[in-house]
Design a protein. Structure first.
Length: 274
């Protein structure tokens, strides 16, 4: 089975399954997420949002696997490529597990897929158990995008809850700076899509007039790398650990990140905003 991967989440799952050899093409974002792909000289195509049939057609492949986000044009292009397509649209952690099962079945690695899911679930429950010792649930605003302000996705709200916090707002919905100021969260987390860990925290606090927020006054405004929270793949466990450190630093401050990535929490102290 030769697969065209149109999202990093797909390539990450294949990597964790030990099935990178099944890839026939991928996106540049896949190469960034899975450095081992950089040595394979695979054809590079656009992602599920902007792919075109003309770039898919020349690739010798049996299946296209895509995942959110989509556009009508990109879905049309995938269909026009004339190949079977697996189009994923996860919203919850349960959906992510099911996507892992589907991809594992495609590459005949179902046992490894179940082991990977069990590992993720075990790590989530371990964090949940440790967080429960805090006895309090700080209120957390997680932001996926800044213009307009968009709450992080439903799976992030589940991770916040597992990390011992209370997710503010409706997952995936737009909001306003005034609404967040009125909610006065204990912790603010910015994880902008495509921004990596380069969210300008001090600037957004100043521009939105958030200087008096409890999170700002207590120095609990932070950035978590985009790929740890916005990619529906096993790397979400790294995002969980980063959230746990941000929400309950007294419990999780020395916790090791199983993703192997350095977590940049970039906390802003109130004194830096004056």
């Amino acid at each position: 089975m030769r697969i065209i991967s149109l999202q990093p989440s797909v390539s990450i799952i294949l990597d964790r399954l030990g099935c990178l050899d099944s890839l026939a093409a991928c996106t540049k974002y896949c190469v960034e997420a899975v450095p081992a792909l950089g040595t394979r000289s695979l054809p590079i195509v656009h992602d599920s949002w902007s792919t075109k049939a003309a770039e898919l057609l020349p690739v010798p492949a049996d299946l296209v696997i895509a995942s959110v986000p989509y556009r009508t044009e990109s879905l049309t292009a995938i269909l026009q490529s004339g190949r079977p397509a697996l189009t994923l649209a996860p919203r919850t952690l349960a959906d992510v597990y099911q996507d892992i099962r589907l991809i594992a079945s495609v590459v005949q690695a179902s046992l490894r897929g179940e082991a990977l899911i069990a590992e993720m679930q075990s790590q989530i429950e371990e964090v949940r158990h440790r967080a429960s010792a805090a006895g309090i649930k700080p209120r957390v605003y997680c932001e996926e995008w800044g213009k307009p302000l968009i709450h992080s996705q439903l799976w992030v709200s589940e991770l916040v809850e597992a990390a011992g916090g209370e997710f503010i707002g409706t997952p995936g919905a737009t909001t306003e700076a005034e609404a967040i100021a009125g909610a006065d969260p204990d912790v603010v987390v910015a994880a902008w899509c495509g921004a990596g860990d380069r969210v300008p925290l001090e600037r957004i606090v100043q521009q939105r007039g958030w200087q008096d927020l409890r999170a700002v006054r207590c120095g609990r405004v932070c950035c978590i790398a985009d790929e740890l929270l916005n990619t529906p793949a096993p790397t979400l466990i790294g995002g969980l650990y980063a959230l746990a450190q941000a929400i309950h630093p007294d419990i999780f401050g020395s916790l090791q990140n199983p993703s192997g990535r350095n977590i940049d929490l970039n906390s802003i102290a109130a004194s830096k905003l004056m």
